[in-house]
Write a protein that binds this ligand. Structure first.
Ligand code: UFG
Length: 329
């Protein structure tokens, strides 16, 4: 019999790719999403239960009915800037709602949680690449909300034996190589979708936030990781937990950094079009360089990225944007 996996936030960018991957690998994803940011059209593998992660009665019903083998948690708000101007919204959803889910898991004796964490838990890097041993000094409510949940998970494990894996993503990017799913946030704040929306003339001009950083070309450097490589790491983490593995945290990045200008250049290469851009002031809270070491995931999970270079990542992103210029709408 197929194992049921609850995918909280499964209608979003990472959650939807995860559902497809799990279904292909013989699992049965069950999506819980309130569609505040997710897309109904992105839920094609497994059923969609429309509802809130904070709805304890609904969760109780779902845990009794489906007897989930594991839970994957993607239902967080992700706009760093908004987390600064409206922290209540972020703590309420990213932490408060998560606690409801964890309590339901505990009541039902459910374990095996894979939690979407972020490199934002580290804050300004003291050294590059960032490893899991780097101190935690998140610099915005978004990063703090992720760290708080990681700490809560550790306490739940100590008290109730609830096993979890925190996966700290660097910059998730790219799209389903089959072209069935892609990245569509509303509002869009992420660099690669904004670049391609500009290429497709959905936006007039791209803003580059700062060209006076201490980097080779003055623009910020990030570590982009393909969405399918993220999905594969989740599956490996899930299999490890299902075999009785202990709780752990892993970075997920490619260990290679690309500047905003390099990403623009690559967009021009894969799309064979020009990206009009202008230099704007720095965006608050952007560290100059974020590059992760995923050595631990390679070593302990046997993870190996299939899209280790920016070109292959951006080709999949361009294919999706070009064929879905209006996103999921
Ligand atoms: N950028 C621009 N112009 C834009 C948008 C972004 O120059 O219009 C720059 C940013 O300043 C940054 C880089 O492009 O230097 C990437 O920005 P993104 O917004 O795409 O992603 P972030 O690096 O801000 O990602 C961060 C964390 C992630 C976290 C995510 C949440 O690194 O871990 O925010 O949205 F999940």
């Amino acid at each position: 019999m197929k194992k049921n996996i609850l995918i909280a936030g499964g209608a979003g960018y990472i959650g939807s790719h995860m559902c497809k991957y799990l279904a292909e690998k013989g699992f049965r994803p069950v999506v819980l999403d309130n569609l505040a940011y997710g897309h109904r059209q992105a839920v094609k593998w497994g059923e969609l239960i429309e509802g809130d992660v904070s709805d304890s009665r609904l969760l109780d019903r779902l845990f009794s009915e489906y007897r989930f083998s594991a839970v994957m948690y993607f239902a967080a708000f992700i706009n760093v800037g908004e987390s600064v101007t409206d922290p209540a919204k972020y703590y309420q959803n990213n932490v408060g709602a998560a606690i409801h889910l964890l309590e339901s898991m505990q009541r039902h004796g459910a374990g095996n949680l894979i939690f979407s964490s972020s490199c934002a838990v580290y804050g300004e890097p003291q050294e590059i690449p960032l490893t899991e041993k780097h101190p935690y000094h998140p610099i915005n409510p978004y990063g703090r909300s992720k760290l708080m949940v990681e700490q809560i998970l550790s306490d739940f494990d100590a008290a109730y034996g609830m096993k979890y894996t925190s996966l700290r993503y660097f910059n998730a990017a790219g799209a389903d190589p089959d072209g069935e799913l892609g990245e569509d946030h509303n509002p869009e704040t992420h660099l690669i979708p904004l670049i391609f929306q500009t290429v497709l003339e959905k936006r007039e001009i791209l803003s580059v936030f700062g060209d006076d950083y201490p980097t080779k070309d003055g623009t910020c450097i990030r570590d982009y990781i393909h969405i399918n490589d993220l999905a594969r790491a989740h599956l490996l983490a899930l299999e490890r937990l299902l075999k009785g593995g202990d709780s752990a945290a892993y970075n997920l990045g490619n260990g290679a950094g690309y500047s905003v200008k390099e990403v623009i250049d690559m967009a021009e290469k894969v799309s064979a079009k020009t990206v009009p851009y202008e230099i704007k002031p720095r965006r608050a809270g952007d560290p100059p360089v974020l590059i992760g070491s995923a050595e631990k995931a390679v070593r302990e999970l046997g993870w190996k990225p299939e899209f280790p270079d920016l070109e292959s990542i951006m080709k999949t992103a361009w294919d999706w944007h070009r064929t879905h210029p209006e996103g999921y709408r």
